[in-house]
Design a protein around this ligand. Structure first.
Ligand SMILES: [Zn+2]
Ligand SMILES: [Zn+2]
Ligand SMILES: [Zn+2]
Ligand SMILES: [Zn+2]
Ligand SMILES: [Zn+2]
Ligand SMILES: [Zn+2]
Length: 417
């Protein structure tokens, strides 16, 4: 099923009317032929298998699946509550450790509870304040939870060149704990309020509900106590920057729906910086029509999975924003240039096209204008008179389908003979 053929139905109150899985309320999807509830966060049924055809939602088999998933949801919520209850403010004089087996911090007095568990050495203040940098490993077992922690160079750029030079009174980080923990350090010197919304339950041991919530950005569901966030935090801020780092496979329309829901009863002025690969631009603009893509290549520190789409192009991740792009100085002096026609910084290798009136390369590799397609295309493509679009040589879809049909015909002929 392609993204294009599938729509999400937001007409009902998802918190009340939709079955839940471990990721919170499911979403109601529909295509021309079917309507069903499925996980908001996982496209891969192997990761979260809830699937309820809408018309069969009251049948025995569906009810069993709904109950089973509801139990998993309750279990996850309980786990978060337990972690939050166990969270302690430690005396500065004590030695503090983190147990990976129990996902909690503990003091030297409790060491006997964690014998044979996988634990850290004693952690200093800075390590405790920056758990992503010093304690936790990015989750990468599952695609839904796949986390990539931003490189320190990029975080410094974002904080020093963008956040501190503008007048937001608050920053809400959604799915980007590394940015949050660095801001946290910086916000003590500048009067800027910060808050983290993230699905990573491990962070509950490091932050209170005054600092973060366990949150699924694809259905807007909050798993932990939200009183402080809704009644205090959102009431005191007026001009907010929202920084979002969604997993690549997510539904952008669902994300946009969640962001609206988060702010529905407030009149906070919001700006957005969203991170995603350049090749998802079409889907991002579809869900967030005000966002525009910046050419800058955003680097991550843990890129094992991301390596798949790297190669000679470097990082495929870009910033999408509704902030004036002139407010973003180039990431460095070596790889970017100023295009006077576009009035923007762009990749050095990106050529301005006077027909398209923009610097057209998406991935930083050379593009050329095709007068027949009336747009710029990747330089290695050639215009094909067969199908009337530009594509790589010998990759014409019309030819392949023709060839297949021809050989199928040959086969039938042979059989007939
Ligand atoms: Zn799920
Ligand atoms: Zn333990
Ligand atoms: Zn240009
Ligand atoms: Zn062009
Ligand atoms: Zn062409
Ligand atoms: Zn062709």
């Amino acid at each position: 099923m392609t993204k294009a053929s599938i729509e999400i139905d937001f007409s009902e109150n998802i918190e009340i009317n939709h079955p839940k899985c471990v990721h919170g309320p499911t979403l109601l999807f529909h295509s021309s032929t079917s309507k069903f509830f499925a996980c908001s966060a996982c496209r891969d049924r192997q990761e979260c298998d809830i699937f309820i055809p809408y018309d069969e939602r009251n049948e025995k088999g569906s009810k069993k699946m709904i109950q089973q998933n509801q139990r998993e949801y309750e279990r996850f919520k309980k786990h978060i509550q337990t972690l939050q209850k166990k969270r302690k403010i430690f005396n500065k004089k004590l030695n503090i450790y983190y147990c990976y087996t129990c996902s909690i911090l503990f003091s030297e007095k409790k060491q006997s509870n964690h014998i044979d568990h996988q634990c850290t050495e004693s952690l200093n203040r800075q390590q405790l304040r920056q758990p992503c940098q010093y304690v936790l490993q990015p989750l990468e077992k599952k695609r839904t939870n796949a986390q990539f922690f931003f490189s320190q160079t990029f975080i410094d750029y974002l904080i020093n060149e963008i956040i501190s030079k503008n007048s937001w009174d608050s920053v809400i980080c959604i799915g980007c704990p590394t940015i949050f923990e660095n801001l946290h350090r910086f916000s003590s010197t500048k009067s800027i309020q910060t808050y983290l919304l993230d699905y990573d339950y491990r962070l509950c041991s490091f932050y209170s509900t005054k600092q973060m919530l366990i949150y699924n950005m694809f259905n807007g569901h909050i798993f932990s106590k939200k009183k402080y966030f809704q009644e205090k935090f959102l009431k005191t801020i007026k001009n907010c920057l929202i920084v979002i780092d969604p997993p690549f496979g997510g539904f952008h329309r669902a994300l946009s729906y969640s962001i609206e829901k988060l702010f529905q009863s407030s009149d906070i002025n919001r700006d957005i910086i969203l991170f995603n690969p350049y090749f998802l631009e079409k889907w991002i603009i579809d869900a967030f029509p005000n966002l525009k893509m910046l050419d800058y290549k955003v680097e991550y520190s843990s890129i094992s999975t991301l390596n798949l789409c790297r190669g000679r192009k470097g990082s495929p991740v870009r910033m999408f924003t509704d902030i004036s792009r002139s407010k973003f100085p180039p990431l460095d002096d070596v790889n970017y240039k100023y295009c006077f026609e576009c009035d923007l910084y762009t990749l050095l290798t990106n050529q301005h096209c006077f027909q398209c009136q923009s610097c057209t390369s998406k991935d930083g590799l050379p593009y050329k204008h095709c007068s027949l397609c009336k747009r710029c295309v990747k330089a290695e493509r050639v215009h094909c008179n067969n199908c009337n679009v530009c594509h790589l040589a010998n990759q014409c879809m019309t030819n392949t389908s023709k060839r297949k049909n021809e050989s199928a015909d040959d086969q039938t002929k042979k059989i007939k003979v």
